[in-house]
Design a protein around this ligand. Structure first.
Ligand SMILES: Nc1ncnc2c1ncn2[C@@H]1O[C@H](COP(=O)(O)OP(=O)(O)OP(=O)(O)O)[C@@H](O)[C@H]1O
Ligand SMILES: [Mg+2]
Length: 371
């Protein structure tokens, strides 16, 4: 169990709502504009300190109110007693995060509640910019090794300094050698962790995709951001004059990417829109499966309007994967009939009706032995 209780106050049209979610499958249904995505946003804010729709907190705060609050009880490992986690933000003020009575920072918050979002934006993973795919890999790196965050932060700090020196146009060669050595010292372990995570993801991805997209083989390849056969130090040295002209560092982990190929062709060009969504679905499911295998902990999946993204058969298959996992899922839809009947009788399913910013629990199929 991750979130055992949730309270949201003054977030978009959610004036004051409270729910006790199922540890497994939660379906939130309601008309357009009722507040379904806002509830997913509230959970995202709780888990990461930010929304997936906007970077501006003010947009999140209900019109006419001064501050928003999301308060919960969570049990990150599923083995202890739930503890209070609350997050609040005033119109003019700082984000405040408190867990079990203590203020905590962003990295600690992110490791408490591993979140996976699936919505129309995430379905653009294959065609989107490489930064989106780097974020995907870095989610894995962050959650698979506690050292990842310090390599990642160290690398970006040194990269920023190197780039600002390049912009100045003149760098003493001894100073450059020092910066480059430091950059390489962070780049190597960062890249090794990224690569290891992608390698561990591959078999799970292949297996899940084999069921979702039978007959199409998608090759997944990690590209580390510089020539695979050469050390980064050598590449930085060779490209220095070019970097100086451009005013930024052209090679390194900041250019890492994930490549998807089908029969030698770029998958983004080759696959249909729906097939690309299935590839992303398999990636997201594999992400949660690998996290569980590595950490023996469940994730929270936030899945926005699943039936409008996948056809009925694939929706059913996707739900079957979720059902087999230990994850806590919040899935929104407009018509509950499309999702509520897809589960086994022993799956802990809760159904919530969202109506003009209010949320009420409904009887799930089977609550009266109907399932
Ligand atoms: N800051 C705000 N204050 C008050 N209401 C807001 C604010 N921001 C957005 N809203 C409103 O909140 C409502 C809920 O939006 P939300 O995106 O959660 O709906 P939804 O149920 O996901 O709808 P859909 O099915 O269309 O995706 C909308 O009517 C929106 O206009
Ligand atoms: Mg919505």
């Amino acid at each position: 169990m991750l979130i055992s209780h949730l309270q949201v106050r003054h977030l978009r049209n959610l004036h004051e709502v409270e729910l006790t979610p199922s540890p497994r499958i939660n379906i939130l249904f309601g008309e357009n504009g009722s507040g379904k995505t806002s509830l997913l946003e509230a959970i995202h804010l709780l888990g990461l300190g930010r929304s997936f729709r906007t970077q501006q907190y003010r947009q999140l705060i209900e019109s006419g109110e001064d501050a928003l609050l999301v308060f919960s009880h969570i049990d990150p490992t599923g083995q202890g007693a739930p503890r209070p986690l609350g997050i609040s933000r005033a119109r003019e003020g700082e984000l405040r995060v408190r867990y079990a009575g203590e203020s905590i920072g962003a990295a600690e918050l992110a490791s408490l509640m591993p979140l996976l979002v699936i919505n129309s934006d995430t379905f653009a993973l294959l065609e989107g910019s490489p930064s989106v795919r780097r974020q995907f890999i870095d989610w894995g790196g962050f959650h698979s090794d506690p050292a990842f965050i310090s390599h990642w932060r160290g690398f970006h700090r040194v990269l920023k300094q190197r780039n600002s020196l390049l912009k100045c146009g003149k760098i003493d060669s001894r100073i450059r050698a020092l910066w480059d050595a430091e950059l390489v010292a962070f780049a190597e372990p960062l890249t090794a962790l990224r690569n290891a995570w992608v390698e561990a993801l591959k078999p799970r991805f292949d297996e899940i995709l084999g069921e979702l997209l039978n007959g199409v083989e998608v090759e997944l390849r990690f590209s580390r951001g510089w020539d695979a056969k050469r050390p980064l130090a050598e590449v930085l040295d060779e490209n220095f004059e070019r970097d100086l002209r451009q005013g930024f560092t052209g090679s390194g982990p900041q250019r890492a990417d994930l490549r998807f190929r089908v029969e030698g062709q770029d998958a983004a060009e080759r696959l249909s829109r729906g097939q690309k969504k299935l590839v992303v679905s398999a990636l997201k499911l594999a992400q949660g499966a690998l996290f569980y295998d590595q950490r023996e902990r469940a994730c929270v999946y936030l899945i926005d309007d699943l039936p409008s993204e996948l056809d009925a058969r694939h929706c059913r298959q996707f739900c079957r994967f979720l059902e087999k996992s230990a994850n806590q899922c919040f899935i929104t839809c407009v018509e509950p009939e499309l999702l509520s009947g897809l589960w086994q009788p022993d799956t802990a399913l809760s159904l919530f009706r969202v109506e003009r910013g209010t949320i009420s629990q409904c009887a799930a199929p089977g609550d009266q032995d109907e399932r």
